[in-house]
Structures are given as structure tokens and as C-alpha cells.
Design a protein around this ligand. Structure first.
Ligand code: ATP
Length: 214
């Protein structure tokens, strides 16, 4: 039987309800067998995260415990070089049947930055790309992507066919929360209750993460 696996990469510094709600909505919309959250080790495009990989991973594990089909995939933390998405896709593909569908989930902003990713033209050889849209997102892809979107996008996301190679756009319930905001609240001694799962909050408190003195 053909499996459908979604992947959502991020720094998850820390994981929050925006990530989790988005992941759950996509998992239900596409009836995914699994949706893997993949914490980045050394993101090529971002500043160094402000807590350890071990803590970020532990928090994602707590967040998705008992929440199938959400799961954690720690492969990028096990590598000793930058975590290019293409490498992750290649290694995931090696573990799947050829006909299994792999859906790479990216926000609109990340999608617009795709042409700066390592060997980006090859990504669609390994996966479909599912772009999460919001009402405030730009309505047109940047020039560099427009040919690819014209050639590869499907109007109906449910019609994604084959193991890889297509692009679909889906609307997502907006939740205006970011890890940056959560780190700032914690650094100024404020509560982040209801912005992260209670188990993640307990971990943050127990380990004294993101406090101003760290
Ligand atoms: P930071 O504030 O540190 O930049 P972040 O909250 O944007 O972090 P990331 O770990 O960079 O979180 O995000 C990983 C993925 O989750 C990205 O694809 C991003 O678009 C998506 N994401 C982040 N915040 C939300 C949100 N509130 N709703 C839906 N998706 C989100």
C-alpha cells in the first residue's frame, strides 16, 4: 500500500502551537500516515538557535507524544554537516518504497526563498511541495519560481499524484505565534502558557531555558 509521509523542518526553538496546529491540519487534510517534525542541526540560513539541539529535540518529542500521526525525526541532529533539505530527502527516500509519497511542507515565506536553497531544482525529484498559504501572503511567487510553479503546480491539492514532482497550495488557519515571540516573553519573565503545550512549558521551566540570564 502506498504511504503518504509529510515532513516539516524547523529550528523548533521552541516548538509551539503554530507548528503543531499547522502540522495537525495538514496531516488530517491529506490523511497522512505520518507527519515528521525534523529539527535542524545547523540551519544554513539562520542564526544559531538559542538552546541546545538536545533541548529542542526533547521539547518536540514531548509535544508530539500521544499525537499520531505526528512524529519526530532526529536525523538532521545526527549529521556532522549542515542539514540541507535535499540531503534529508535523499536519506528519507532510501527508506521508503519507490511509490510512497513524500510531502515537504513549507510556509509561503520559505517557499519564496526556495531558489536560495542548496540544489533547489532537484528537490521535486524526491518530494511534492506543499505550500501553506495565509490570507496575508503574497499572491504571486517570485520570478525565479514562476516557471516551476506554472509547470508543476496542481490546482487541487487532493489531486497530488505520484511519489514526487508536484506543488500544491493549501490554506491554513492563521495562528500568529512565533518562537521568537516566545523567547522574548520568557526572557522578560512573562508567561507563555497556551502558546506551547503544557509538557513543553514544564520542560522549559525545569531546565531554565530562555531566561534572560542564559
Ligand atoms: P523563529 O521565530 O525562531 O524564526 P518560528 O516560530 O518561525 O521560529 P521555525 O522553527 O523557524 O519557527 O518554523 C518551522 C516551520 O514552521 C516553518 O516552515 C514555518 O513556516 C512554520 N511555522 C512557524 N510558525 C508558524 C505558525 N505560527 N503557524 C504555522 N506555521 C508556522
Amino acid at each position: 500500500m502506498v504511504r503518504r509521509i509529510g515532513i516539516l523542518g524547523g529550528t523548533f526553538d521552541p516548538v509551539h502551537i503554530g507548528h503543531l496546529r499547522g502540522a495537525l491540519e495538514v496531516a488530517e487534510m491529506f490523511d497522512l500516515d505520518e507527519l515528521r517534525l525534523i529539527p535542524n542541526a545547523r540551519p544554513p540560513h539562520r542564526e544559531t538557535p538559542s538552546c541546545s539541539a538536545e533541548d529542542r529535540l526533547a521539547m518536540v518529542r514531548l509535544a508530539v507524544a500521544d499525537l499520531p500521526p505526528l512524529a519526530v525525526d532526529a536525523r538532521e541532529l545526527e549529521r556532522d554537516r549542515p542539514s540541507y533539505t535535499l540531503d534529508t530527502l535523499i536519506s528519507l527516500r532510501a527508506e521508503l518504497a519507490a511509490e510512497d509519497q513524500l510531502l515537504l511542507i513549507v510556509g509561503w515565506d520559505a517557499f519564496c526563498g526556495l531558489p536560495t536553497w542548496h540544489r533547489w531544482e532537484e528537490l521535486l525529484d524526491y518530494c511534492h511541495i506543499l505550500v501553506l498559504q495565509r490570507p496575508d501572503a503574497g499572491s504571486e511567487a517570485p520570478q525565479a519560481l514562476q516557471d516551476v510553479v506554472a509547470a508543476r503546480s496542481v490546482p487541487d491539492p487532493q489531486a497530488l499524484a505520484g511519489a514526487a514532482g508536484q506543488i500544491a497550495f493549501v490554506w491554513q488557519t492563521p495562528l500568529e505565534v512565533s518562537a521568537t515571540q516566545i523567547r522574548q516573553l520568557l526572557a522578560s519573565g512573562k508567561s507563555v502558557r497556551f502558546l506551547v503545550p503544557d509538557a513543553v512549558l514544564a520542560y522549559i521551566n525545569a531546565h531554565g531555558l530562555y531566561r534572560a540570564s542564559n
